[in-house]
Design a protein around this ligand. Structure first.
Ligand code: VG1
Ligand code: CO
Length: 543
């Protein structure tokens, strides 16, 4: 077996975004594209010689080929060992757990997460560090720098490694261990949650519908929810991962998981509905006739942690990304614990979790998780809810009604304008940024602006500073608007507009969120001139 040294040159645009590098699949399949990025990753982490890495992906198109390339490149650069999920599959939270469990130096996750897959869809590569979490900004900056100076990479010449069979193999001096992708993760869930209580819930006739959206969570959900916990066979739908996710968009929200919404709002609906995304780190929670926004789910999880055995001893603190609604803050205040506000992206929670400052974290984009791993975890959130419902013996609707009554309701919605002209989107943000100092004290669409700034985050643990993390506006009476550009899209720019308003009047807590937020929505339009600048009449996606 020989090691080839292949001459190459920098490829533009290999800058990791909110969560790894994401591009069109065909771009990733282009000459040297994946190889360059992996070689730059080795460079950015100080080389892979002697290191142990974890490898897995969400099963999307090109996952299998990319895994073989990664193995040949890791071996050629002297890695000691790679632990791979069978068939190169691992959900993102399972990969995070495996890195921690095996004390690996890091891991490669092949995924573009909630972005569609297939030859005309998206592909992505994430690097996670030794704590199991996404590479922090310092590391991704070094990787990006390396992509700009690369001149060659090393790759072993070999046949494909058999990743379908559990066991060990060798490539040059590197050991490859193929493991069951589900087993270790399931064992962790059994430690955290009261499985007998959830089993009893299902045995009592509780009905579940879990939509795996033809993505990676299928095998995990089938094993845990059906085979172990006894949910009725067929409760997990779209359970077989497909390379193109069955032509779907594996983003668990009311738009892309409409079939689940229809089932939960129809006649004879199940008691509980849930879905997760391409790589299994997001979750969507739906009760019979009620959709729970991710921000509300996060707040409810924190408020009910005392009912779940692994968290019953109390939470050290909680954290949410800045655009996430402030429903969590109210719970933290009641519990007397700190609530941290971080930039968008799970990498910013890592330090807080490592330092024991936060136990539960979440994002408005359907990501919730805890210190059990260093990624958001879709199935974890579903099991958390099931555990709470099993212990408290209430419905989702009753639990949320009671929560709002006790804490107030943070009406919340996100409006996304996708594939907008990049220059127009950038100009919208730049122009608004220039007006920030003049806005406080002024009136926008009848609402008095209380504050207007651009969010920057000073990490309380390592004192690193992250700037330019979104424009935010608060209004008298508890309203808030946040605007930022997405860092995960692969076409033009995606403008995200986050809208929030607190309601404390119990008589007005059951309105339609879009109606309850009408004043805030009008203020966002008047503030940013979105329609005119993007040429769009309405958002592409409203969640
Ligand atoms: C989006 C979400 C963010 C999430 C990120 C990765 O980022 O808003 O909350 O952490 O996706 O999620 P952006 O930059 O597009 O807003 V996943 O499940 O796609 O890895
Ligand atoms: Co994801």
């Amino acid at each position: 077996m020989t090691i080839l040294t292949i001459p190459t040159g920098p490829i533009e645009g290999q800058k990791p975004g909110t969560s790894g590098l994401r591009k069109k699949t065909r771009v990733f399949m282009g000459p040297h594209y994946l190889e360059n990025y992996l070689a730059a990753t080795w460079d950015g982490i100080g080389g892979v010689a002697g290191k142990t890495l974890v490898l897995g992906g969400d099963g999307r198109y090109f996952n299998d080929r990319a895994a073989q390339v990664m193995l040949r490149m890791a071996a050629a650069s002297g890695a000691k060992k790679v632990i791979v999920g069978q068939n190169a599959l691992l959900s993102t939270p399972a990969a995070s757990h495996l890195i921690r469990l095996r004390r690996a130096d890091g891991g490669i996750i092949l995924s573009a997460s909630h972005n569609p897959g297939g030859p005309d869809g998206d592909f992505g590569v994430k690097y996670n560090v030794a704590n199991g979490g996404p590479a922090p900004e310092g590391v991704t900056a070094r990787i990006f720098e390396a992509t700009k100076t690369i001149s060659e990479y090393r790759i072993a010449e070999s046949q494909d490694i058999d990743l379908g069979t559990i066991g060990t193999a060798r490539l040059l001096d590197m050991e490859i261990e193929v493991v069951d992708p589900v087993a270790d993760y399931q064992a962790l869930m059994e430690k955290l949650f009261d499985f007998p209580a959830i089993k009893a819930l299902f045995a009592g006739g509780f009905r579940l519908r879990f939509d795996a959206m033809h993505a990676i969570t299928g095998p995990y959900a089938s094993a845990i929810l059906e085979s172990t916990l006894g949910a009725a066979p067929g409760s997990v739908v779209n359970a077989v991962p497909l390379p193109d996710f069955g032509q779907g968009h594996p983003d668990p929200n009311p738009i892309w998981a409409k079939a689940l919404m229809d089932a939960m709002f129809g006649a004879q609906s199940p008691d509980f509905g849930a879905a997760s995304d391409g790589d299994g780190d997001r979750n969507m929670i739906v009760g019979r006739g009620i959709y729970v926004t991710p921000s509300d789910s996060l707040a409810a999880i924190a408020a009910n942690a005392s009912h779940v055995k692994a968290y019953a001893g109390g939470l050290k603190g909680v954290a949410r990304s800045m655009p996430t609604s402030r429903a969590l803050d109210r719970v933290a205040e009641r519990l007397g614990i700190d609530c941290y506000e971080t930039p968008t992206g799970w990498k910013f929670f890592g330090n807080l979790l490592d330092a024991g400052r936060a136990t539960i974290c979440g994002e408005e984009s359907a990501g919730t998780g805890s210190d059990h791993v260093r990624e958001k975890d879709g199935l974890w959130a579903v099991l958390f809810w099931l555990n709470v419902l099993a212990v408290r013996k209430v419905s989702v609707a009753d639990l949320m009604a009671e929560h709002w009554k006790s804490y107030g309701r943070n009406y919340y919605s996100r409006h996304d304008y996708e594939a907008v002209d990049s220059d127009a989107a950038q100009k919208l943000v730049d122009d608004l940024r220039a007006r920030l100092p003049d806005l406080p004290g002024s009136e926008i669409a009848g609402l008095a602006v209380e504050s207007a700034d651009e969010f920057a985050y000073d990490d309380p643990v390592d004192a690193s500073r992250s700037e330019g993390q979104g424009l935010r506006f608060t209004f008298d009476g508890g309203g808030r608007i946040v605007l930022r550009l997405s860092g995960t899209g692969t076409e033009g720019a995606t403008l995200r507009v986050y809208l929030e308003r607190v309601e404390t009047d119990p008589a007005r807590m059951h309105d339609d969120p879009q109606e309850a937020l009408a004043g805030i929505i009008a203020a966002a339009e008047s503030l940013a001139g979105i329609k005119e600048r993007t040429g769009r009449d309405a958002p592409d996606v409203i969640t």
